[in-house]
Design a protein around this ligand. Structure first.
Ligand SMILES: C[S@@+](CC[C@H](N)C(=O)[O-])C[C@H]1O[C@@H](n2cnc3c(N)ncnc32)[C@H](O)[C@@H]1O
Length: 369
């Protein structure tokens, strides 16, 4: 555990908690066997089996090499999940501290694989998620916490229960080393409400716009921006925002709107808006079970957003609870390399089908004792 001055030193206590050294020192009894003809030119790999020994084996080759990890592990629901065709996919049977320790051991191994510029997103529900936050603080360090993203996962629910509806889950986002992590900020286009509110006027050629004052606080005593323009002085205590030559150019381009009282303002168009910074509430609803290729398949656009922000082309992206392979497909689509893992035979079948459909080549391995 990191006990540096910036860490909130607290941790979950429960029976059967292994020390970190025992987790990292465990020796897997088996080995990896390639399933098909090797394709050395292909950078992608998928491993079938329990991810604990698999991560141990891969640690030797990939420690410090993975730029991005996304996982949506089982959520300790006590449920069994089946496909649309009623085929068993996986069982989510570990509960309470058994579940927490299962996840904690894997988090320690995942941390070993992350590069210095790497980051990890753990997608979890709100029943167990707050315990997982404490595990993440323990393994990755409170100081490396970046976001707890609320994800709107479905339409509002009308269940008969004496509490508010739950239509969100959470994604915990940590850096291996906060400040050194890859961050490729993207912006979101304005939503229709904001467009109408911020750009209430309509220009016949350029669409929605608003106007901004042409003057700013502070008087220019001698410079150009304190001089009269078109016979008009800037209001008292203010100066022109632009040199008068620029004001002339704006006027010539038709970018200045004059009010009925003779007040000039600059026209600002919605089409030139850079978009807004993405916040920590995201709406990416999952496909209903009847449409998904795997029972708990995650939204593809959600994964694209994460991969775009926290990796670069050529980065190695890892999903150790890969299910349908949705993370891996998103990584491939963005030119990243991927490593996927899942112990479910049904997941393997779905992954193979999905990769084939998308024309994605991959080296498949099985962990065997
Ligand atoms: C919530 S699902 C992941 C869904 C996936 N993100 C998607 O979009 O399709 C969790 C997955 O973890 C797998 N899993 C559970 N325990 C595992 C383990 N010890 N090793 C490898 N995979 C495991 C399950 O088989 C299941 O496919």
């Amino acid at each position: 555990m990191n006990t540096s001055a910036h860490t909130r030193y607290c941790e979950l206590r429960y029976p059967g908690k292994w020390p970190e050294t025992d987790i990292l020192g465990a020796v897997p009894g088996g080995q990896l066997r390639q399933l098909d003809k090797p394709n050395p030119a292909c950078p992608h790999s998928f491993y079938v089996g329990d991810n604990f020994p698999i991560l141990h084996l891969l640690k030797q080759q990939y420690a410090g090499k993975v730029d991005l990890i996304y996982i949506a592990p089982p959520f300790a629901t006590g449920r069994h999940f089946a496909s649309r065709d009623k085929e068993h996919a996986y069982s989510d049977e570990l509960l309470d501290h058994h579940y927490l320790e299962f996840l904690r051991r894997r988090l320690y191994l995942l941390r070993e694989l992350l590069s210095q510029q790497g980051s990890i997103y753990v997608h979890i529900d709100k029943k167990i998620g707050h315990y997982v936050k404490l595990l993440m603080d323990e393994v990755f360090g409170y100081e490396n916490f970046l976001n707890d993203i609320t994800r709107i996962k479905c339409n509002p629910k009308n269940f008969e229960r004496q509490a508010f509806g739950n239509y969100s889950d959470m994604i915990l986002f940590y850096a291996k080393k906060r400040g050194q992590h890859i961050w490729q900020a993207c912006r979101e286009p304005l939503c229709e409400d904001d467009l109408q509110r911020l750009f209430p006027k309509i220009h016949p050629l350029h669409g929605r716009y608003t106007t901004h004052p042409l003057h700013a606080p502070g008087e220019t005593l001698q410079g150009d921006t304190g001089q009269p323009w078109r016979g008009l002085m800037p209001p008292k205590g203010r100066h022109w925002r632009y040199a008068r030559q620029v004001l002339d150019e704006l006027q010539a381009q038709g970018l200045i709107e004059w009010s009925s009282t003779g007040n000039p303002r600059k026209m600002v168009f919605a089409k030139d808006h850079k978009g807004t910074k993405i916040q920590d509430v995201w709406t990416f609803k999952d496909k209903g079970a009847a449409y998904a290729s795997y029972p708990t398949q995650k939204n593809q656009d959600l994964l694209l957003r994460i991969i775009q922000h926290s990796s670069t082309p050529g980065s190695l992206v890892l999903d150790a609870f890969a299910g349908s392979g949705s993370t891996l497909l998103a990584a491939h689509a963005l030119g990243r390399h991927f490593m996927g893992m899942d112990e479910s035979e049904h997941a393997l079948k779905v992954v193979r089908q999905n990769f084939k459909q998308a024309g994605v080549a991959c080296n498949f391995f099985r962990y065997q004792v």
